[in-house]
Design a protein around this ligand. Structure first.
Ligand SMILES: Cc1cc2nc3c(=O)[nH]c(=O)nc-3n(C[C@H](O)[C@H](O)[C@H](O)COP(=O)(O)OP(=O)(O)OC[C@H]3O[C@@H](n4cnc5c(N)ncnc54)[C@H](O)[C@@H]3O)c2cc1C
Ligand SMILES: NC(=O)c1ccc[n+]([C@@H]2O[C@H](COP(=O)([O-])OP(=O)(O)OC[C@H]3O[C@@H](n4cnc5c(N)ncnc54)[C@H](OP(=O)(O)O)[C@@H]3O)[C@@H](O)[C@H]2O)c1
Length: 378
């Protein structure tokens, strides 16, 4: 199998099927993280450890119905520009989550009585004010808030943003599962501005795909492949869903009998409910596929403990691995975790390696240049 021979791509996604869904978090967890298995059989699609799966989601029918009700439209209207009905467009082609600036501008035009609030919100000079105000609000909130602004079907579609596919790190190795990909997905559900909210794609996979096919593609991540030399040591930092690609790497190391040492830092909220893939990870420790597993369960004690705390506690050993040529991989939250882990890495190189701040920065920079420090963060 090779991607070169597959007829499927982002432009022509493959209709895949879910073959397995397992909860990874246990009852009592504040989170809902799931394991999905997706069959690629018959697609000709190939992937490599480190790649992601792109998923084109469909909006929740109850959200589509809420938007139609708020807009006073039936859904059966024909949208000329899309060549289909409004319900179809709202279901598959546009996001009902983040309202666009054009939508607000159109509301202002249609219902000047909203001007007292909206004019300053859509003023480019006041962009941050508008961003704060719109933040967390969805299309239905805006339509309900300004009922005086009436859109016909064509106008409504024109001001909505395109629904984008979501990427999910592949949690399986093609050496073990050549015709399937596994995913580790945190299902997004929360309450905000007095309404229950949900992530489009994560709830699509968890609640709505069932036994229907759904469109997918392989997103190649050349920057995040496992090290070419599998005899060299490998350090992986993957809290939360960041574990996904490292499950793929470990499956692959087991399948190929790679000789290099491996060290995984995993973290989540509570050991009892959020230790994703606990049995597999401890199994790999017992088999010698995973040589070190350090966990940080942030909410099992009064003070937060994160993966970077575990790295710092093991600074001497981590530095030794780096000096033996270890590669250092990070996956998961970009906004806070990856930055803090990067800082911890600098501190370790500085303190355990006896280097000045500048020398430590140069060492880490060199790791990046030689592809020994790689990130896939989101
Ligand atoms: C390369 C890559 C790999 C990825 N791998 C994975 C993976 O392995 N597993 C995984 O689960 N995800 C992964 N993601 C993230 C994934 O693509 C989606 O962004 C994620 O599933 C949310 O998508 P959604 O459609 O369910 O939610 P959306 O509809 O996109 O909503 C998400 C938005 O909801 C808001 N939000 C979420 N929670 C709250 C809250 N508590 N309070 C207020 N607002 C909130 C935030 O604005 C957030 O951006 C990856 C992303 C990339 C780019
Ligand atoms: N909207 C938001 O505010 C927000 C923020 C992050 C993630 N998310 C979403 O939540 C879902 C779940 O994500 P996930 O399971 O991958 O991970 P996660 O729930 O964000 O976090 C996994 C672990 O990382 C810890 N953590 C928090 N801040 C950290 C930091 N600075 N450094 C290191 N570790 C840190 C968390 O601890 P604590 O939670 O106990 O602090 C938790 O133990 C995803 O869909 C993601 O997009 C939403």
């Amino acid at each position: 199998m090779s991607t070169a021979v597959s007829a499927y791509s982002r432009k022509n996604p493959f209709p895949a099927r879910l073959t397995k869904i397992n909860p990874l978090t246990r009852g009592g967890s504040g989170k809902e993280t799931m394991h999905f298995e997706v069959s690629l059989a018959g697609s000709g699609l190939a992937y490599e450890a480190g790649d992601s799966l792109g998923v084109f989601p469909t909006n929740d029918p109850s959200q589509v119905a809420a938007v139609l009700a708020a807009a006073g439209l039936s859904g059966d209207e024909h949208v000329e520009s899309a060549g289909t009905t409004l319900r179809e467009v709202l279901s598959h082609h546009v996001t009902l989550r983040e309202p666009s600036r054009q939508m607000l501008a159109a509301i202002l035009e249609k219902d000047p009585s909203t001007a007292f609030r909206l004019s300053e919100l859509i003023d480019p000079e006041a962009k941050s004010v508008m961003d704060d105000w719109v933040d967390g609000r969805e299309v239905v909130d805006i339509l309900e808030m300004f009922p005086g602004a009436k859109f016909n079907a064509e106008e409504l579609v024109k001001v909505l943003r395109k629904l984008q596919p979501r990427l999910y790190s592949i949690a399986s190795s093609p050496k073990v599962h050549p015709e399937a990909v596994h995913l580790t997905v945190a299902v997004v559900r929360y309450e905000l501005h007095g309404r229950k909210r949900q992530g489009v794609a994560s709830t699509y996979l968890a609640d709505r795909v069932d036994d229907q096919t759904f469109p997918v593609f392989i997103h190649s991540a050349k920057h995040f492949r496992p090290p070419e030399n599998d005899s060299s040591p490998l350090i992986m930092v993957g809290p939360g869903t960041g574990i996904a690609p490292f499950r793929a790497f470990l499956q692959e190391r087991e399948a190929t009998g790679a000789k290099g040492k491996t060290w995984l830092f995993f973290g989540d909220r509570q050991r009892a409910t959020d230790f994703l893939y606990e049995d597999e990870l401890t199994g790999w420790c017992n088999k010698g596929v995973l040589h070190r597993l350090d966990t940080a369960f942030s909410r099992d004690q009064t003070d937060k403990v994160y993966v970077q705390n575990r790295m710092l506690e093991n600074a001497g050993e981590l530095w030794k691995w780096l000096e033996e040529g270890a590669s250092f991989y990070v996956c998961g939250d970009a906004s806070r975790m990856a930055k803090d882990v990067d800082q911890a890495l600098h501190r370790i190189v500085g303190q355990a390696g006896g280097k000045s701040e500048q020398e430590a920065a140069a060492y880490v920079e060199e790791m990046k240049k030689s592809k020994r420090y790689r990130k896939d963060v989101y």
